[in-house]
Design a protein around this ligand. Sequence first.
Ligand code: NAD
Length: 357
Amino acid sequence: MAKTFLITGGAGFIGSAVVRELIGNTDHRVVSVDKLTYAGNLASLEPIADSPRHVFVRADIGDVPAMQQVFEQHRPDVVMHLAAESHVDRSIEGPADFIHTNLVGTSVLLEVSRGYWTALKGSVPEKAADFRFHHVSTDEVYGDLDGAEGLFAETTPYAPSSPYAASKAGADHLVRAWHRTFGLPTLVTHCSNNYGPYHFPEKLIPLMILNALAGKPLPIYGDGQQIRDWLHVEDHARALIKVAMQGRAGETYNIGGLNEKSNLEVVETICDLLQERVPQDTRYRDLITFVADRPGHDRRYAIDAGKIARELDWVPQETFESGLCRTVEWYLSNEDWWRCIQDGSYLGQRLGLTDAF
Ligand code: NAD
């Protein structure tokens, strides 16, 4: 049966992929709530902009009356919470926004969800029984793995390193407390590094593609041997929908791509893919420049995604090789999307949008 999904952070990288998947490939309705910070981009929702099953609301998740109005008006069956400050480097430069959105914002959503769900239990018990609050979290809450062995499991103790990871860890604890104390039917997922289309150009993969095309240096932190497990954003979106629809309330699921790569390997592969597609006299690999490491930089993340495979029959469809190739080609054919970010004109799309209705 078609459900109403409330997606927070729907104009962000992963949120917009979930919205495009829900509208493009299911019958569900979607309400996207997004404050449109620098990371939110309405152009990422353009492919589904004409759908009558999608509504966009510009609002801050920390704004209690605005969130209450969204719940009362749209009566969601699933809250999928992706709105966050998400860039580790920015959390080191200034953690305040991370505390506001990732911790305070999550607590507001939990309380508004609890009030809505409690009222629903009295009025429409069958809708209340199916209600889910799904927090989309990160593998960074686990800290880093020592050496080449070992994987993060759902039971791995938390040891966040950056202010970003600590704020996401705190939000996870709030979500579990709302389940344990108030019985709110929650789900938590921890995912590894995502990549794919519509990724804001401050993140490693799009930054390297666009710097290389512009002939600019390709800065790599430290020795470039930090290992990340990469997952294509469309695989993540499909996993999230599966967890929201079929996951057991109160449970946690880890989501990973089974693609461990060092940062240097990722950048060298991008250089080689570009060399084949946009040949130049100078080699893109010669643009690689090692810079001082990020403070507290985690060495290795790797996910054990066995639980979601066993319980929900989810495995990634994309290999890193095929996914990275598609991603490079997407940036080559969607220059309008990233040029608007580089020249700041994407910010103009917000003009005329009212806050929460
Ligand atoms: P993003 O930065 O691209 O998008 C975040 C979105 O949230 C933006 O559209 C922004 O405008 C919106 N937002 C920020 N503050 C808000 C507020 N106060 N109220 C309403 N909207 C607000 O991030 P992303 O990469 O799409 O990540 C989405 C979620 O997935 C985050 O919670 C992140 O922690 C998690 N995650 C990301 C990755 C990854 O590799 N990108 C991996 C695992 C988990």
